[in-house]
Write a protein of this length. Structure first.
Length: 102
């Protein structure tokens, strides 16, 4: 067995190309039962929107059927979707929240 001296060891640097993680859009879907004020509350609570931003997104959901709440890495998006759906169920609203790759 031969013992190498540190100067005998050659380290090869391998350039590792790292891509940013895929991002996911969180979408709120319109329904005929969830009150507009509740949607605004969800947007403020879970997506840190102010009243004006939340109202604008709520109206987009109301008029166009869907609104983007934010764009996040997969694990964060998944957690937020689960939190919104659970919060809606606890408050007895059928609000639907989904995520899709950006």
């Amino acid at each position: 067995m031969s013992i190498s001296k540190p100067e005998d060891v050659l380290f090869m640097q391998k350039k590792v190309e790292q891509k940013p993680p895929p991002l996911y859009k969180i979408l709120l879907l319109n329904d005929d039962f969830t009150p507009m004020d509740f949607v605004i509350e969800v947007l403020k609570e879970f997506f840190s929107m102010n009243q004006e931003q939340a109202t604008r997104i709520m109206l987009k959901v109301h008029h166009e059927g869907v609104g983007v709440c934010g764009i996040f890495p997969e694990d964060i998006a998944s957690t937020k979707v689960k939190q919104v759906v659970e919060f809606a169920r606890i408050n007895q609203h059928p609000l639907r929240c989904v995520m899709e790759e950006n």
